[in-house]
Design a protein around this ligand. Sequence first.
Ligand code: C2E
Ligand code: CA
Ligand code: CA
Length: 659
Amino acid sequence: LGAEISTILADPALVVLGSATDELIAESLSSGLPDRGVAVEFGSFVGDGDGLVTIYRAATESSVATLELLDASSRIVLEAAAELRAAADRDAELSYLLAVALLLATLAAVVLASRFVVRPLRHLQRSVDALQTGELEEITLPVTGPIEAKAAALALQDAAEHFSHVTRQARALAAGDLDAEVLDHEVTGGLGGALQTAVGRLRSALAQQEEFRQRLAHEASHDGLTQIPNRNASMAQLQRSLARTQRSGSHLAVLFIDLDRFKDVNDHHGHQAGDSVLREVAHRLLSNVREGDHVGRLGGDEFMVVAEPVDGLDDAVELAERLMDALAVPIDASGIELIVGASIGIALADDTHLSGDELLRDADLAVYRAKQVGRNEIGICDEELRNQLAERADLSTAIRRAVDFDEFVVHYQPIVSSADGRVQEVEALVRWMRPGSDRPQPPSAFIDFAERSAMIIDIDRWVIDAVAAQLAQWQQGDIHRGIPVAINVSGRHLAHERFVDHVLEPLRRHGVDPGLVIVELTESALLDDLSSAGTKLRRLRDAGVRISIDDFGTGFTSLSHLRALPVDILKIDRSFTATAAVDPHEASIVKLIIETGHLLGASITAEGIETEHELQRLTMLGSDSLQGYYFDMPRPPESLAAPDTWTREPASTFATTTN
Ligand code: C2E
Ligand code: CA
Ligand code: CA
């Protein structure tokens, strides 16, 4: 269309027409344009008017052509448009169809996905949840699903297996079961490796802890030197054995083994030799008891064997003999052959034994009796021994009662001067008015026994108090005023830290001059701890109390010891008095003792003077004072005669002749 218009417009005639028209229009504009009627009239002109007519015709033709052209063009355009629309409509329909198809396809995919992906994924999710909550049994493989989901599930199951394995390992560890089989199977993978390391560390830490605990327990229950169970562990073992035999009705024996010459080994060969002996003894005991018997060390050189079961006493004695034979063989302690030997006490458990302590005490008693018989002896705790024991238990209760209920009385025995026969002092001697007995009990019935425990201290204190009260009373009257009293105190009491107070306090309380009191101690009591005894005695001496050494000559006190002690009086034991009176050799010994005592500044008292002859002999040998039945018995204070009437023949003549 454009091209046709261009061709038309390029027509030379049209160009001429165009320019002519332009000129005409320009002229017309300057002269006024003819109206349409004129123009129509132009059509009828020719000549001058021809040109114009031609122009108009041409113009009209041209416009008609143009209109036709436009008409044709618009038709073409319309047709093309209609064609285009139809094409568009077709396209639209196709798109719609495509969209629907797409939608359907998507729907199908979703359904498929839900079947093959979502379900397995949900399954996986549940498995993960189960894994988190530890319900490992819940973890299973999905049956269907994409390969990825299956792979994930497999991995999950694998993890779950690891996890459950690790859980089992952890449980085993928590239970301390280090030998659990599960701990031996290593878990693979990074986590597995880390866990295995942790398991390994825990295992060794727990093992170390356990070992440490066992070592501590061993050390607490075993004797460090011999490595056999110590006293505590042995007593616990005995108690268990006792309970067991009581249930089963079988018999049980306790053997108390006390080495005979162990102290000698230590003293003469040193502690190292002593240690070797103890180790060897433990070894020999262990290798000579029967299977199931218990060997323990009670301490020092004391061992114990719990024999369970035994058929009876014969069985236990046989075992004791075997052990004794084994211990009688010389022991080699670093090249030195030592013969130690042992005494063994046997106690057979019966219904009366309620505790291991009681049983061991009986065995101890039996060995004590064996030792009294001699070395290498077997002692048996039988009925007789048990009765003795029961009596002792009764005695101990009775003595405690006696102290509490003032069942004691003090008798007094005069000590006279060998120079003029006058009473110099009296000795206080305790008696026990035991309920049920018609006579006062002598000290021999209870003092020795009391001296084995702290009971003696209570008795001593009771006597000191009674004497202080008596002294206070005597000072009120005329007859016994100014007479000093000698009080016996035991070595155990001397060792007591408050000994000095125990003597001085009652005197203060009763207002008694300490110068009226003499304390009598035996030699052996002083020897136990010479230095502390010396200190205490000096304190008493400083307070005015005099010190007397009793039973002198029996305790092998070296006279040099005496120099370290503040001694006022030495009492020659009664055993010397009798023999010195008849045996010249003994007499010379007594004379020597008396002279040395004098050199040390002590006054000498001879005990146990029963006859005139003894009185004269001892006076002749140099005794300053004399005590004995010859003068008077110990008597209760109310029967004490006036001092002047006590004396017999004064021995002054002998005293002067010897000087
Ligand atoms: P001891 O200190 O040597 O007491 C002297 C003992 O010899 C007393 O015996 C006394 O009665 C006795 N006796 C006195 N003269 C003669 C005599 O001529 N011939 C014979 N054969 N014996 C004579 P007793 O009273 O039985 O005292 C025995 C021991 O008991 C005392 O020996 C003393 O060691 C201890 N004792 C007595 N009373 C007490 C006390 O209150 N406390 C303490 N700890 N021991 C005491
Ligand atoms: Ca005495
Ligand atoms: Ca004596």
